[in-house]
Design a protein around this ligand. Structure first.
Ligand code: EPZ
Length: 428
């Protein structure tokens, strides 16, 4: 029952450090439980999805500690193959437990996952992949139930570029007998990060980052230490917030080439973008040109940056169109931006935006993680006060969001709705 209260219109200035990748962390924390050992991960973000996943893995028998970005995962014992229903329903990445349980225990009973409401999000590709690896798979009472004597390597064509399917099958195939080839594999940095970590555990994976990944099954895996890559989606969100407010922000501790498609579009919209080796500075006069873009699998324009970019384009000088090609209905944020005065509508697979000179603060909701980022950016740039509710969605993906934005000069507070108590005051 918390809200963010933002008094908008302040240009963001300064430096912000990017946390470890949320989506990388979710895959790698789960991967650590494939090996009967102790792993230590650095740069793990303290966001809600990470905490939920840790609770799921603890229910399976792992022991997990998270302190100051360092997570210790003791996966020597996995005591059950049944994943907890209510926790798994809260997030898509919970389904990665299916890959590790099948690989390690040869059976898995995992609830069909939940996650952001951005269209139908089936797990049929995952199931077809497990079947191709030799598992007997059925859906019963809301669970996927799968058993196998031992997974056997195979060649599997991922029906369309899917991050989750690629990662889940890498997890399972790392413990299969023989070699597995994943064709049409996703190429996202999170896939590469997971493969690098799995290899540290003793797996034999080649080709991650290309469309063909080969996984030679390993009999023995062990614990490892690893630092998660920076969160390219958090980095993109802060760059867009800087652009929307006409600010000057150095986004540090990130990998610029992970968001090349965004940087190109930011430049096209009128912002000045300086790329460094591990940071990007954005300077913006506050007036942008409208742009046209299609979301696409990596290295294309990331679907997760569609809603936050739409918020920037809502204040552009001219018309824009964002065509969403990855998810079927990622437009929940549209009505929320309209409450703030945006001239935006969803039509078919596209968001059609006519720029307005300014947005105005309003009570809005964070409809999902990136929809939350969209209203946050709108609020930072808007005239007047915005209250963002349903904050749990934003907290699923962003670590210390109000602290980081306060340090950049934003007027942002987290309040407890019941008592009106201020939980976080801006940094002086
Ligand atoms: C991951 O989701 C991310 N989540 C998403 O980030 C991200 O938007 C997405 O990849 C695309 O980059 C995590 O990493 C936890 P997909 P994932 O499998 O793996 C269809 C965020 O805000 N599909 O690549 O679930 C699917 O419906 C989140 O951080 C099937 O049809 O995405 C989609 O249209 C939101 N059947 C397309 O493939 C399947 O079995 C790509 O989805 C699997 C996927």
């Amino acid at each position: 029952m918390e809200k963010l209260v933002i008094s908008g219109g302040k240009a963001l200035r300064g430096t912000v450090r990017i946390s470890g990748g949320k989506n990388s962390s979710l895959a790698i924390i789960t991967a650590a439980c494939l090996a009967p050992g102790v792993s230590v991960l650095e740069n793990v973000p303290m966001c809600r999805d990470v905490v939920t996943l840790a609770a799921i893995l603890e229910a399976l028998g792992a022991r997990i500690e998270l302190q100051g970005g360092r997570m210790t995962i003791d996966a020597r014992q996995m005591t059950t193959h049944v994943a907890p229903y209510e926790l798994c329903r809260q997030m898509r990445a919970s389904f990665y437990t299916a890959g590790i349980l099948l690989g390690r225990l040869h059976r898995a009973q995992v609830p069909l996952p939940g996650g952001c409401v951005i269209g139908s999000r089936p797990v049929d590709f995952h199931l077809r992949g497990f079947t191709a690896l030799g598992a007997l798979v059925e859906i019963e009472h809301g669970y996927m139930k799968a058993t196998v004597d031992r997974l056997a390597g195979t060649t599997f064509f991922v029906p369309r570029s899917s991050v989750g399917t690629t990662i889940n099958l890498m997890l399972a195939a790392s413990r299969a007998s023989g070699a597995t080839v994943l064709e049409n594999a996703a190429r996202e940095p999170e896939v590469v990060d997971t493969a690098v970590f799995l290899n540290l555990l003793g797996a034999h994976i080649k080709g991650a980052g290309t469309n063909a990944i080969t996984i030679e099954g390993a009999d023995e895996l062990h614990g490892a230490s690893y630092a998660i890559i920076p969160d390219r989606l958090e980095a993109g969100t802060y760059l867009l917030a800087a652009a929307a407010t006409g600010g000057d922000v150095l986004v540090a501790q990130m990998i610029p080439e992970h968001i090349s498609a965004l940087l190109a579009k930011l430049e096209e919209s009128g912002a000045t973008v300086d790329r460094g080796t591990d940071g990007v500075r954005v300077r913006a006069g506050g007036i942008h040109r409208g742009v046209q873009l299609d979301t696409a699998p990596y290295p294309g324009f990331a679907t997760d940056l569609h809603p936050p970019f739409a918020a920037v384009l809502a204040m552009a000088d001219g018309a824009s169109r964002i065509r969403e090609t990855v998810f079927e209905s990622r437009f929940g944020y549209v009505d929320e931006l309209r409450r703030m005065g945006a001239d935006i509508r969803a039509e078919g697979d596209s968001a059609l935006i006519s720029g307005v000179p300014y947005l105005t603060g309003a009570p809005v909701e964070a409809v999902d993680i990136r929809g939350g980022a969209a209203v946050l950016i709108g609020a930072l740039a808007a005239r007047g006060v915005t209250e963002i509710a349903t904050l749990a969605n934003l907290d699923r993906g962003y670590e210390q969001v109000e602290q980081k934005l306060s340090a950049l000069g934003a007027d942002i507070r987290r309040v407890d709705v019941r008592g009106g108590e201020i939980l976080t005051a801006p940094v002086a």
